[in-house]
Each structure stands twice: as structure tokens, then as C-alpha cells.
Design a protein around this ligand. Structure first.
Ligand code: CP
Ligand code: NVA
Length: 311
């Protein structure tokens, strides 16, 4: 266990999220200023699932900070042959200064943090994707400045990305409206936890099944794939269930005039998003993907480099 694990956005209060965004903005503006901050440090990156953005942005991020990243596919390390999470966490903690992990079971990342002694960063589980959610709100601050009182609409599957957006909204003061097809709602436990945090933060959470109602008045419309990694066998059934949930130009027209479209990527044009939106005037998807690098460098500087994020 480390005081600087990032398993969920809930691990950072609103002040720290604001501090993280300030640090990410500095890192983005002046890459050279942070070169060498993690000299001699190593990050183990465990992947049980595929990745383009997470793998490349963490690996390049470590390089740019003067450290080193090790790509550990679970197929190639003993974890894939039955070595326990607890032994893996304890052994890696003797070699490296931080662990980033992308797993199926959320509990695996929780256990890596529990048994490891170095900071553990969640690089996506079936439940949560905190590095993504933080990056998404950072991207929105670049577009809109202060986010307080603005609305984000999430349309689609009540999945890992949706859960992290839910917690992130409470940190940046945004209203969040989530529209999913019946049967594909967010996890009730995460929703209840986020509702408590929203109440404390004075923000609101709306959930329902109507994409248009969710998008109305939103500054950002967000969607994600209909079948996440590990749900490939359900893909056909989900295509039917998600009919009417595509983010297209008429749906964007329900949002504010200056609304933007975000997607964590990878996306499927013609399924959850129309090409006219993914490649249209609303889209900030490639700025968003780029920002994974800057925000995660800030996370690494906090987790492994001792940077403080504010009181
Ligand atoms: N958004 C995201 O995490 O992308 P990858 O699966 O490519 O890492
Ligand atoms: N919900 C998607 C996100 C991919 C970055 C998945 O888990 O596959």
C-alpha cells in the first residue's frame, strides 16, 4: 500500500485534482522543464488487455521524465501462468518504483496496491478508468476554463469509463447526465458512492434512458464503445440493444452551441458515434488522446516523483 496509489478518481479530492491539472498544464507547456525528474526510476506496466494509448503514453511519459517503463504482458510474465497477484506485487516492489496495471478484475489492481509497497496506478479495469476520466476533465478545462456548473452527458454503456466520469464530475463541479439502454446501467454501488460525493460537492447526477434528455444543455457529449474488452461475445446482442444511442449530429444539436464531443477511443464510427461527429467540428478526440500523456506525466510526478498537488 502506498499513500500515492491511484486506483480511482476518488483517491484524489477536488483540491488535488485541480493541482494535478495545473501540473499537467505546466508539463504540457514546458516538456523540457521536467526532463530528468524521474531519472533512474522504473515503472512496471502490467497489461492483461490490449492498449494503444495507455501503453504508449505511459512509456513515452516515463522516457520524457528520464525514467524507464517495462511493458509486461500478462501472457509473458508468470502472472499469466498462475503466480499470485500478491507475490507479483511484492516481487515487483523490490525492483521498480511504481506499477501501472490494466486488468479485467478490478480487485486485481486493488490487490496489487494492497500487497505492493510502491505506488500503483490503475490503467483500466472492468470497473474504472481513472487516468482516462482525469484526462477528459483536463481536456474540458482547456476548452472551457472553469467547469463548475457545466453539464456533461454520457450516452451509451454504463461501463468503466462512465464510472470514472461520474466520480470526476464531482471533483470539477460538473453536472453529469448518463443515458444508457435499459439493462446496461452503471453499477449501483458506484452510482450510490458517486451520489454521496455529488451531494457533498453540491453537484448533480441524472441517470436515465433518453440520450436527447441527457444531451440537452450539455457542454460535452461523451460516448464509449458498446462492447468493452472482455465483452466481445456480447457484441452482436449489444448492437441491437444500443440502437438509438449513437451520438450523431442531431444529438449534438441538443447540446449547447459550443459543445464538444469526447470519446476515450478506440471508437467505432457508425456504431456508438457517427463519423460526422467523430470527425466533425465538435470533436476533440485527438486533443483528448494527446492529453493522456501530459496528465499521466503529472500523475507519475505525484506518485513517484514526490510532487505535491496542493493542500
Ligand atoms: N483510451 C484508452 O485507454 O485507450 P487504449 O485502450 O488504447 O489504451
Ligand atoms: N470501455 C472500454 C474502454 C477502452 C479504453 C473498454 O473497457 O474496452
Amino acid at each position: 500500500m502506498s499513500e500515492r496509489d491511484l486506483i480511482s478518481i476518488r483517491d484524489l479530492d477536488a483540491t488535488r485534482v485541480a493541482g494535478l491539472f495545473r501540473l499537467a498544464a505546466r508539463v504540457k507547456a514546458d516538456k523540457a522543464a521536467y526532463r530528468g525528474e524521474l531519472a533512474g526510476q522504473s515503472l512496471a506496466m502490467i497489461f492483461q488487455k490490449s492498449s494503444t494509448r495507455t501503453r504508449v503514453s505511459f512509456e513515452v511519459g516515463m522516457l520524457e521524465l528520464g525514467g524507464h517503463a517495462l511493458f509486461l504482458s500478462s501472457r509473458d510474465i508468470q502472472l499469466g501462468r498462475g503466480e499470485t497477484i500478491s507475490d507479483t506485487a511484492q516481487v515487483l516492489s523490490r525492483y521498480v518504483d511504481g506499477i501501472m496495471a490494466r486488468t479485467f478484475a478490478h480487485q486485481d489492481v486493488v490487490d496489487l496496491a494492497r500487497f505492493g509497497t510502491v505506488p500503483v496506478i490503475n490503467g483500466l479495469t472492468d470497473d474504472l478508468h481513472p487516468c482516462q476520466g482525469l484526462t477528459d476533465y483536463f481536456t474540458l478545462t482547456e476548452v472551457f476554463g472553469d467547469l463548475e456548473g457545466r453539464r456533461i452527458a454520457y450516452v451509451g454503456d454504463g461501463n468503466n469509463v462512465a464510472h470514472s466520469l461520474l466520480f470526476g464530475a464531482t471533483r470539477v463541479g460538473m453536472e453529469i447526465a448518463v443515458a444508457t439502454p435499459p439493462g446496461y446501467e452503471m453499477d449501483e454501488g458506484y452510482l450510490a458512492a458517486a451520489r454521496e460525493e455529488a451531494e457533498r460537492a453540491g453537484t448533480s447526477i441524472e441517470v436515465g434512458h433518453d440520450p436527447r434528455a441527457a444531451a440537452r444543455g450539455a457542454s460535452c457529449v461523451y460516448t464509449d464503445v458498446w462492447a468493452s474488452m472482455g465483452q466481445e461475445e456480447e457484441a452482436k446482442e449489444r448492437l441491437r440493444a444500443f440502437e438509438g444511442f449513437q451520438v450523431d449530429a442531431p444529438l449534438m444539436a441538443e447540446a449547447e452551441d459550443d459543445a464538444v464531443f469526447l470519446h476515450c477511443l478506440p471508437c467505432h464510427r457508425g456504431e456508438e458515434v457517427a463519423a460526422e461527429v467523430a470527425d466533425g467540428r465538435w470533436s476533440r478526440i485527438f486533443d483528448q488522446a494527446e492529453n493522456r500523456l501530459h496528465v499521466q506525466k503529472a500523475i507519475l510526478l505525484w506518485a513517484m516523483g514526490g510532487a505535491e498537488l496542493g493542500a
